[in-house]
Design a protein around this ligand. Sequence first.
Ligand code: DLZ
Length: 164
Amino acid sequence: MASELKNLSVVEGIEIPSAEKMKFGIVWAEWNHTITYALMHGAYNTLLANGAKAENIIAKTVPGAFELTLGAQYMAELKEVDAIICIGCVIQGDTKHFDFICDAVAQGITNLNIKYNLPFIFGVLTVNTQEQAEDRSGGKHGNKGDEAAVTAIKMISLKNSFNK
Ligand code: DLZ
């Protein structure tokens, strides 16, 4: 699935809806902070670039990717956001920790989407090396935080299209 394309959520001929009236939560993990900070920053700037207002974006940190699910649930309980972008970076180590964390957070975020009928975006890098993480957080494979933000905007717009 790797691609040299900069932002896989931007598809030629398909417009990104305006985020002017949308409210966003960003929950991001402190583990691998340099990477997650770059992802969060990418997401935040992409929301602004597409019309979101800074006062309509709430960002909170959690210790690690494993805590993203509960952190995002706390944010959803506020009922003040239209979508929540979950950002983390899990890097393969010598033990099975990687598999447990990746499985838990992927399943946890999937469950939140269904439980709250709200878009929770999976902005979690699951990589083998630090270099792969750097390539995807502002490097040669773009910034996956940007993609997560575009996905959030598109999913809110999709939901709104059913509520007219
Ligand atoms: C423990 C752990 C390890 C080994 N690796 C990562 C990682 O690569 N990325 C990440 O976000 N978090 C990691 N953690 C921390 C767990 O996500 C979690 O915070 C702890 O297991 C405590 O629940």
